[in-house]
Design a protein. Structure first.
Length: 539
């Protein structure tokens, strides 16, 4: 059943609709229900488009639509980039998409000393997130783009601008109804793409939460959301006013925090239930912090003698997440978890093995006498992919119907477009460790947010500079609102930061949480010890 605000968004007949949807307010449910409603009311599924930011989110939405429209083929539930690539391939079937690792290799050939940083910088320049471009940098971008052209190839950042040009030229006007998820995270090029797609369409619905806009470093502009009503005159505004995710203490703490921001729309999603625990925990250093988390997982699970669901509270390992600000924190956390018997998964970008696998499947044909998924999974194992990379392949195979050589090309494209947050197997019973940015859109019963210290949250560089305080507060807000039942905010008195050990101070954001909602605790010092590790089935 939809609540009244959700039903209003789903049933709206306005040509332009902006839905302000706070954490846990049923955003994905609204999008899937509206897609189904439009089809049930006579729209052709091929003419309804739903756009989101990750393959994982697109798969989830597709599964929800299929549950209410059995037998339908909702092919146009896609990311911006998979949609753009699909449109471009209609015009140029031979167009080649380079995976990120292939882009790094290309930059290495062009003389980049650090291909990872060079790719980040090239991406920032091309997405207009870099304010100043030096002569050498401009030369590298030009040389890189010339090399792509000579190869008849595009990269991730090429897709949307090229698709925008195609749609803007009038060559492709394929949709009657357009829906856009996470609208607060689009950049100006994506906003122009949406406007071109919606030109002439019967309806455009954009949904998101300006309080969760955290990607300005990628070129995203919160102004696109805040100016929607001005850009699309006469737009209907719908507020989803209930938080169905977080217990009252967590929801109230998050609302008190985000109210300090000025660049936002006033929208208070009231919690639908009571309860919730918020605690602030002080630890000695980052190792103590990690060991405290491991100990708490063990305690809350009721002991790990059987490494399964606790009889006391029904918790599973997959009900826990550890969220951090930096990749280095995540790696250290994973190192400590690796010394314990707690199963875990470190969410991180795929390595060079996946790029090699993508090249392999682009150059072979699937045999007719072997089921496609079985063949592709076998090739992935033969390629020696690690657990996370195998998980990406498995998720892609579950999310679409692939067949033959075209299927291998489609699988290769989807894997090339995966983001770090796609590298998450939500069905695996493991504690997930990831950065705050990768966690957006997800939820867990118990969340440990580590490193809540000045310098990390909010982030400040070694020189003392940092990003926008409001965006840093939004990022902290995103972390807090991932929690359903229990939120632990951890900080260390001493931490290695920017290559040096330093005394840490509490994040100033902690002072913005109502003290009556937060229990202050001191983490007990735990001696490191290697516990027996349960082996997997095939070890």
């Amino acid at each position: 059943m939809l609540d009244s605000a959700q039903e209003k968004a789903v049933a709206s007949t306005a040509r332009r609709i902006l839905v302000v949807a706070g954490p846990g307010s049923g955003k994905t449910r609204v999008l899937a229900a509206r897609f189904s409603r439009l089809v049930q009311d006579g729209a052709s599924p091929e003419r309804v488009l739903a756009v989101t930011f990750t393959n994982r989110a697109a798969r989830e939405m597709r599964a929800r639509v299929l549950s209410s429209l059995p037998g339908a083929r909702p092919e146009n539930i896609a990311t911006f980039h998979s949609l753009g690539l699909k449109l471009l391939r209609r015009e140029t079937p031979s167009l080649r998409l380079l995976a990120r690792e292939e882009c790094r290799e290309l930059l290495r050939e062009l003389g980049a000393d650090d291909p990872d940083k060079a790719l980040e910088r090239v991406s920032a320049v091309r997405n207009a997130a870099a304010a100043v471009v030096g002569r050498a940098e401009s030369g590298l971008v030009s040389a890189y783009e010339e090399r792509l052209k000579s190869l008849g190839a595009i990269d991730f950042d090429d897709i949307v601008p090229r698709a925008l040009m195609l749609v803007g030229s009038g060559a492709a006007k394929p949709f009657d109804h357009v829906m856009v998820d996470e609208y607060q995270d689009i950049n100006p090029v994506q906003a122009a793409f949406v406007k071109a797609l919606a030109d002439g369409a019967e309806s455009l619905l954009a949904i998101g939460d300006p309080d969760q806009a955290i990607y300005s470093f990628r070129g995203s502009s919160l102004g696109c959301f805040l100016d929607f009503e001005k850009e699309f005159g006469g737009a209907e505004i719908v507020h989803l006013g209930t938080n169905y995710r977080s217990g009252k203490a967590i929801a109230d703490a998050s609302r008190a925090l985000i109210s300090k921001n000025t660049e936002r729309l006033q929208s208070e999603a009231a919690p639908a239930r009571g309860g919730g625990v918020v605690e602030e925990v002080e630890c000695g250093d980052e190792r103590d912090e990690a060991r405290h988390i491991i100990g708490e997982v063990e305690r809350l699970m009721g002991g790990l003698t059987n490494l399964s669901v606790s009889d006391d509270n029904g918790l599973r390992f997959s009900d826990f997440a550890v969220l951090v600000r930096t990749n280095r924190q995540a790696e250290l956390m994973a190192d400590e978890f690796g010394r314990s018997s707690v199963p875990f998964h470190l969410v991180r970008p795929p390595g060079p093995g996946l790029a090699a696998f993508i090249r392999t499947i682009r150059g072979i044909e699937a045999p007719e006498d072997t089921p496609f998924n079985e063949f592709a999974a076998c090739e992935a194992r033969k390629a020696g992919l690690d657990g996370g990379e195998l998980g990406l392949v498995e998720a892609a195979l579950k999310g679409a119907d692939y067949e033959g050589r075209e299927g291998l090309a489609g699988l290769a494209d989807e894997l090339a477009l995966d983001t770090p947050s796609d590298n998450l197997d939500i069905s695996a019973d493991k504690v997930n460790i990831m950065t705050l940015h990768a966690a957006k859109g997800l939820e867990w019963r118990c969340v440990f947010l580590a490193g809540v210290e000045d310098g990390l949250i909010p982030m400040r560089t070694k020189g003392g500079e940092g990003g926008s305080e409001e965006e840093e507060r939004r990022l902290f807000y995103v972390g807090i609102t991932r929690a359903m039942d229990r939120l632990s905010l951890l900080r260390a008195r001493k931490r290695m930061l920017w290559g040096e050990s330093r005394e840490s101070t509490r994040s100033p954001f902690l002072d913005e949480l109502p003290p009556n909602l937060v229990e202050i605790k001191r983490g007990a010092a735990r001696k490191p010890k290697r516990r027996p590790v349960q082996k997997g089935l095939f070890e």
